[in-house]
Design a protein around this ligand. Structure first.
Ligand SMILES: [Zn+2]
Length: 127
């Protein structure tokens, strides 16, 4: 039984991971742009002087926290994709971290950042 993916397979997965990473980066960009547009719209609202300033600060803080929490899942995914890319370079991509067997290709295509095979994943989730 082969214990590693071939170079050709690794290249295929590299493309998949890069594409998914790009999609996530795009999503993060959209989230920040939406937040920015929203604060600009509220900042141009009909509030004057000191009150306006305070409202602006409050909105900014709220939006920043809101977009941060929205983007945190995406940021985590970026780390995972970077990790997968590192493994592709090292040639260890697609190998289950627990049982060292090859992770099913279908699983890797759907979840290229997977570190475990389905069996080991299920075992960990049960714990
Ligand atoms: Zn495993």
């Amino acid at each position: 039984m082969k214990k590693k993916l071939t170079k050709k397979e690794l290249q295929e997965f590299k493309k998949i991971v890069l594409k998914k990473k790009e999609e996530i980066l795009d999503e993060i960009k959209h989230i920040s742009e939406d937040t920015l547009k929203k604060s600009q719209r509220e900042a141009s609202g009909d509030i004057s002087g000191y009150t306006y300033h305070m409202a602006d600060v409050a909105t900014d803080t709220y939006d920043r926290e809101f977009s941060l929490s929205l983007a945190s899942n995406e940021r985590k995914l970026i780390y995972e994709f970077d990790d997968a890319l590192k493994k592709i370079v090292e040639g260890t991509f697609g190998i289950c971290e627990d049982c060292k067997c090859l992770i099913a290709k279908n699983r890797l295509k759907a979840v290229p950042q997977a570190r475990l095979c389905v069996k080991c994943q299920e075992k960990r989730e049960k714990k």
